[in-house]
Design a binder for this molecule. Sequence first.
Ligand code: MTE
Ligand code: HPA
Ligand code: MOS
Length: 819
Amino acid sequence: MRTLTKLSAASAAPDRAGEEYAGDTKGVDAKRLDKKAAQRHESAIKHVTGQAAYIDDLPAPANALHIAIGLSPLAHGRLERLDLDPVRAMPGVVDVISFHDVPGHTDIGPVFHGDPIFVENEISYAGQCLFAVAADSHDAARRAAKAAIIEIDEQPASLDPVAATEKNDLVRPTHVQQSGDWQQSLSNARHVVSGEQFIGGQEHFYLEGQACLVTPSEDEGVVVHTSNQHPSETQKLVAEVLGIPFHAVTVEVRRMGGGFGGKETQASPWACIAALIARRTQRPARLRLSRGDDMRLTGKRHPFHSRYRLGVDDDGVIQGGDMTLIGDCGYSPDLSEAIVDRAMFHADNAYSLGAARVTGHRARTHTASNTAFRGFGGPQGMMLIEQAMDDIAHRLGEDPLTIRKRNLYRHGRETTHYGQEVEQLDLLHSLIGQLESSSDYWARRAEISAYNARSPIIRRGLALTPVKFGISFTAKHLNQAGALLHVYTDGSVMINHGGTEMGQGLHTKVCQVVARELGLELSCVSISATRTDKVPNTSPTAASSGADLNGQAARDAALKLRERLFAFALETLWPQAGLKLGDLQLKGGMLMAGSGEGKYRIAWGELVQAAYIGRVSLSAQGFYSTPLIHYDREAAKGRPFYYFAYGAAVSEVAVDTLSGEYQVTRVDILHDVGDSLNPAIDIGQIEGGFIQGMGWLTSEELKWNDAGRLLSDGPATYKIPAFGDLPATFNVELLEGHPNSQASIYRSKAVGEPPFMLAISVWSALRNALASLAPDGQCPRLDTPATPERVLMAIAAMQDHGDKGPAGHPREDDAHVQA
Ligand code: MTE
Ligand code: HPA
Ligand code: MOS
């Protein structure tokens, strides 16, 4: 039976928009249920009733065109001939465009060059965009796209990122972070432990695929409706492709049906193509990728090949060593520089590495350009050190949790390999301690060991893994946000900000911030859509920073407006009262002054009216930039993160050793969101992030054939978690009593990505179950996704190797260690 998470009653209860939760709190620790904060998602009712409009739901004029993309059938080669006349001749076709039809920029690489809008000569992956066709219907466009005559001088596809790295075939230069003398720490160590792993990629599988609708506007401009995490970048790229000023392009995003990083850079190409068609034809143009095309055309989470060699003392505490990460970037840089950096920043997870060197390579392969995906490289970085923790524990014959706890950052060992001091160490230790007892870790460990000893077929495994995730964009300039606040004369409030809504509840949280600052009910505050003509030059909604940045910008706008209203009250409303600024407050829909709530009170609506008549501006702009952060990439040292978010999970699995099939039977999570902005939404993020992470590590397998063609290109061949994959027991709790030590918005913490990495506990529990079959001192290698097939292969490898050593995991002889 699924036990309900403690706070989820709050998200389920309210029945009218803006109404406070007042439901049954039986079984819920009332103290923890911050009723005011646990508001449901601003679109919750619309989501579940189908009224929330996504791009394809937007009504378009009857003359709107539909666009289909012509994809490269091969992964690498020279485009010798592209004959589009047969496409033009197909029924319903209105326009067909390719490389030479682009008036402006043809390279739409977001950060670095390397992403042609259409192939000119060189084809770099199977599925790459060759041309676009616009027709009267979606069907006609898709049929017509198939009529192209394509001749390619095929060349061998490079699909092995490790071989590419050896040949120095990289999309960006290698970066190294280093602290202390790592070689000496290896040569002096009592034990040297080493290992390798392959971590598979992940398809975003957002429910709403890539989609946009572009309408030509007056003069040379366009209005772009798009499912998009980065409207400002799309505005820039559309303008550059058309060769028009940025101000002629307006991008609007009301909501996405999921983004997960897949719409940070990779929503732009479709907007650019639709904009070209819209301007050429003077007709609105829709582009919605089919699921298969979406999976073939767009990049995914980076697969990683990683290895480590660490020196540890007799207690299993890491003294130092060497870690190497190879990210498979696909054919172009996209965001890979920052993604592999973030993997490197998280190669320590929550543990001190001592004197360590961390190297990150960005390999080029002939696949779609891999991109942002929840965690942004962080998950892949953490996987290596979590493998090491289990390897060390088995080598020394200790429980993995004991080894993890000994290696946690602690006083005296609080500096990361890139020079940032880890704060809130007590929080980290107490969080793990609390979860250890609430999950009953040690009693269950004993029970599972006894069970495994008498169970030949089914083996159970248990693991606790922590998360420490750095919050801030590592590209410093992105850590800024703007907001625009309007108060209308009826007292209703409209807030706009630079962030986008993708289901994560950002708009709800930002409205809550404004309501709180102005002392209003949440129902008084509304957000329309994110638009580049309201708040300009915005950062992507990414790096989990949406509420941190835009919440602060909205707060800044609200404070400015409040100051203006206070000044108006002191000077105009109550000039004789002898009141000071500090006497005024906005609360419960009133402006109040003086002690005892007595004399000076005015309702919000009347105040706004009076201020309007008094010619006070009722509109304010807000801005925020994150303080304290810096990173010197040359020196590979700095403080890239404003703070860290923490969490930990205990997962239990049961493996059928004859088939490799397994179940995740119980999961306990304790997660740190500081003082939560909205506990109901935060719990939803934790549950969703965990399950998405579990899918990445267990069932979601990307397969390409030897020629580089993606075989797993739809739900029939690519398995995301389904309802039945939910752990039978799933306990999720928020850590209480630890406000952010930094001055983030109301001392909350970002929640979007960190919980994703809690799922590493599932993989570690699987290894734990398999280790019960291995000779003492060994923990079998388990690459991911750890499908039943891979689990079975790991079991078979152990049986083959007998006592020669752990499967695929050569044991290093302590006596022969060379640095
Ligand atoms: N939650 C939902 N429902 N849908 C999403 O697409 N994206 C995740 C996370 N949670 C996502 C989500 C990712 S990758 C990020 S970076 C954050 O939300 C972005 O939003 P935030 O910064 O407002 O948390
Ligand atoms: N996280 C997510 N997206 C980003 C980042 C980051 O650190 N940097 C640039 N885009
Ligand atoms: Mo999230 S991967 O930073 O969009």
